[in-house]
Design a protein around this ligand. Structure first.
Ligand SMILES: Nc1ncnc2c1ncn2[C@@H]1O[C@H](COP(=O)(O)OP(=O)(O)OP(=O)(O)O)[C@@H](O)[C@H]1O
Ligand SMILES: [Mg+2]
Length: 470
């Protein structure tokens, strides 16, 4: 790994920047590096805010201290002046003043006593404490033996400025050091926090390379956000595995069902070619071959309908009784010996796809005819307050209760041998059509012993997405 990569920089690609624009926004930094940088910036901002407050407090504290220091000298100077007969500089020298403080005594606008090199400050300053140039100045009025004197004390401002300067110097070193330290610690800590994410990433990548979708993902047991992510991934992988398994078994079953008529067709054609045949025999062979081809055509048609899903569904208002009636007429032509009763009542207008509903009713009629063994059938379409209900009943052998939930599974047949040419796809298609219309499908006991299939269509079509009304 490159050193940049090891430090978490540039892991997600090269630095990207658009011409004319620059800045962190355009750097492709890892979360780890961004966290470290963010923490460093936050640290610097916090340190600067705290330092600003501390600086102001310290400077006013130092100014107050200097004022008090000057004020404490006044009684000493006053005592010396009061004890002397004249107001001269020698009197001030006896007061034993600190070297850093200069003093002068003004009488009637004239300097009468001076200690040190008093800075160039006007004699007429009012009483009080003030900052003048580079000096702190304290002015007091004294009355000694009836004479009014003005006492001026001055000290160099460096006594206040120096500690502040030292504070700023210390800050200019400590703030960057704190920022770097915080960045490094945040980087290391983020690395520890993100380690489980790397494990999760590796497990997900292994699934992408072909490991089982059902392999338990690491970190799924955690109670934090990473645990939630792992559990969501685990669930999604499981759902993908379910779909994949369903598709695999569907494809296997489809291939298996296509293989039987293909093998039969091959055997038939080989037999026809094997020796001399008279035209009658040949016609018979060709007719049987056509039956095999028809079985394969039906199967591929079923598969196509199942594969197309909700795509291509065109919902329009239609009268359900009319569509069903036409299908019933064709069924009567196909099986004239089977008693088929058809009844309709009420307004049966629903939002539906006519060709899909024809497909649905044909499959149900076909089942009743084929699996009902020619027993009497009854078809009814009834308008309801919420839509219309289609009911196809027969009085054939029916379906055992425990088999009812499996009827709509692709390739499910109660008795494949009895089903003969069927593929077990008819009711799976019925279920698809029902779903595309937002309808409901139920199997009940209808005519004695037979099967009763009930489809309830809503008047306004499906509420969910998937079908496109127009
Ligand atoms: N009316 C019915 N009476 C008795 N059994 C039925 C009836 N309808 C369906 N079945 C049972 O349900 C199974 C599944 O029906 P489905 O329509 O899905 O497939 P199929 O009729 O066997 O074949 P296909 O419809 O693909 O040509 C049938 O094989 C049959 O065993
Ligand atoms: Mg069928």
């Amino acid at each position: 790994m490159s050193s940049l990569g090891r430090w978490g920089l540039g892991q997600s690609g090269p630095l990207r920047s658009s011409p004319g624009r620059a800045g962190l926004r355009h750097l492709d930094l890892s979360i780890r590096a961004r966290l470290a940088l963010g923490m460093a910036v936050i640290t610097v901002l916090v340190v600067l805010c705290v330092a600003a407050v501390q600086y102001l407090t310290l400077s006013s504290f130092l100014a107050l201290g200097e004022r008090q220091r000057l004020e404490l000298l006044i009684p000493r100077i006053e005592g010396q002046i009061a004890g002397s007969r004249t107001f001269t500089s020698a009197v001030l020298a006896r007061a034993n003043l600190p070297r850093s403080v200069d003093v002068r005594v003004i009488q009637a606008g004239r300097v009468v006593a001076l200690s040190g090199e008093f800075p160039a400050i006007g004699e007429g300053l009012p009483p009080g404490y003030a900052l003048r140039g580079n000096h702190n100045v304290l002015v007091r009025r004294l009355e000694v033996r009836g004479t009014v004197l003005t006492l001026q004390l001055a000290s160099d401002v460096l006594g206040v400025v120096d500690p502040l300067r030292a504070y700023l110097n210390a800050l200019s070193v400590s703030a960057p050091v704190a920022a770097v330290l915080v960045a490094l610690l945040s980087f290391a800590h983020a690395g520890r926090l993100l380690r489980p994410l790397a494990r999760l990433q590796a497990a997900a990548a292994a699934v992408g390379r072909g490991a089982s979708l059902r392999t338990p993902l690491p970190e799924a047991g955690r109670r934090d956000e990473l645990g939630q992510l792992a559990r969501v991934l685990q669930t999604s992988f499981g759902q993908v595995a379910d779909v994949r398994e369903r598709e695999e078994s569907f494809t296997r079953a489809a291939a298996h069902d296509l293989r039987s008529p293909l093998s039969a067709l091959k055997t038939r054609l080989q037999g026809a070619l094997a020796g001399p045949r008279d035209p009658g025999e040949l016609r018979e062979e060709i007719a049987e071959a056509l039956c095999d081809v028809e079985r394969m055509r039906r199967l591929t048609e079923h598969l196509l309908t199942l594969a197309s899903g909700a795509q291509g569904v065109r919902l329009r208002p239609l009268e359900l009784a009319g569509v069903v009636g036409e299908a019933v007429d064709r069924a009567r032509e196909r099986a004239p010996d089977t008693p088929l009763d058809f009844a309709t009542r009420g307004d049966t207008t629903v939002l539906g796809d006519a060709s899909l509903i024809t497909h649905l009713i044909q499959n149900l009629l076909d089942n009743a005819l084929r699996h009902g063994g020619g027993a009497a059938m009854r078809v009814s379409v009834t308008g309801t307050p919420t839509g219309a209900t289609l009911r196809v009943s027969d009085s054939g052998p029916g379906v055992p209760t425990d088999a009812l939930p499996h009827l709509t599974k692709p390739f499910y047949q109660l008795d494949a041998a009895r089903g003969g040419e069927g593929n077990g796809l008819g009711l799976a298609i019925v279920q698809r059509v029902v779903d595309a219309h937002g309808a409901s499908l139920a199997f009940e006991g209808g005519l004695p012993g037979g099967l009763d299939v009930v489809v309830a269509f809503p008047r306004s079509g499906p509420e969910a997405e998937g079908a496109a009304p127009d």
